[in-house]
Design a protein around this ligand. Structure first.
Ligand code: ADP
Length: 249
């Protein structure tokens, strides 16, 4: 079966010289929820940007990113962005309209949907993100958790088949984190979640990919990888609370 996402030997160097990815390969099957973990600077965000074709410098490189079997390049870009919904780490990078309605409607309008269809998409996406009735609110007056949900609604309103999330629970309080995890659990599409929130990974992801220094250093079933204390320490990670009972020492 064709993978939802396949990354093949991906290399990337930023213009001023930093090597962010040094030959990354992995695949995600349709319907899987995969965690992408690793210390700061590991290359997680750089990798996620590639999944939306946001770093076109790589298109001529030796590696490839495939979405539903199609290489991400200039020709496939529109379709890739329709299929892959990317939630940025910083909500302020994603919100730019005076009202929540305008913000969430932006994507569906870009897709050329009629105005009644756009409104229908917005209503459904706000409900999915747990913020029904927020249409008239100003995004920049909302709390961090609410802003994150508006961004999520904006992504969902485009009807993606793959959700790519960069640190979805960062800057949320414990209740905000819990609620967001519940929302994500109820969205039944393929997901790749880059996060430091390892409890989220244990609760939502069946498999994890560990990135460090721009390369994949481990991958496998979540409980197996996250219970490997030596591996976790080597890559500046910690065994999550939810797994502490498994090997008590
Ligand atoms: P992570 O998301 O795992 O923290 P990043 O992908 O943000 O990792 O960063 C990987 C490497 O690329 C780091 O060394 C970082 O300093 C560098 N980097 C990230 N963004 C930029 C940028 N816009 N310009 C130059 N270097 C960058």
């Amino acid at each position: 079966m064709t993978a939802a996402i396949e990354v093949r030997d991906l290399h990337f160097r930023y213009a001023e010289g930093t090597r962010a990815l040094g030959g990354v390969s992995f695949a995600i099957a349709e319907g899987e929820c995969v965690g992408l973990i690793g210390p700061n600077g590991a290359g997680k965000s750089t990798l996620l940007l590639h999944l939306n074709g946001l770093l076109p410098e790589s298109w001529d490189g030796p590696g490839a990113v495939l979405v539903g079997g199609e290489p991400v390049d200039a020709r496939s870009l529109f379709e890739v962005r329709r299929r892959v919904g990317l939630l940025f780490q910083d909500a302020n990078d994603q919100l730019f309209c005076p009202t929540v309605l305008e913000d969430v409607a932006f994507g569906p309008r870009q897709l050329g949907l009629s105005e009644p269809e756009v409104r229908e998409r917005v209503t459904a996406a706000l409900a999915q993100a747990g913020i029904s009735g927020f249409e008239g609110r100003a995004p920049h007056h909302l709390s961090a958790g609410e802003k994150r949900r508006v961004c999520l609604a904006g992504v969902l309103a485009c009807g993606p088949s793959i959700l790519v999330l960069d640190e979805p629970t960062s800057s949320l309080d414990p209740r905000g984190r819990r609620e967001l995890k519940e929302l994500l659990r109820r969205i039944p599409i393929t997901k790749l979640i880059a996060t430091h929130d390892l409890d989220l990974v244990v609760e939502l992801c069946s498999r994890v990919v560990v990135l460090d220094g721009g390369v994949v250093v481990a991958e496998g079933p979540t409980v197996e990888v996250l219970s490997d204390e030596a591996l976790m320490l080597r890559h500046s990670l910690e065994r999550p609370h939810a797994l502490r009972h498994l090997h008590p020492h």
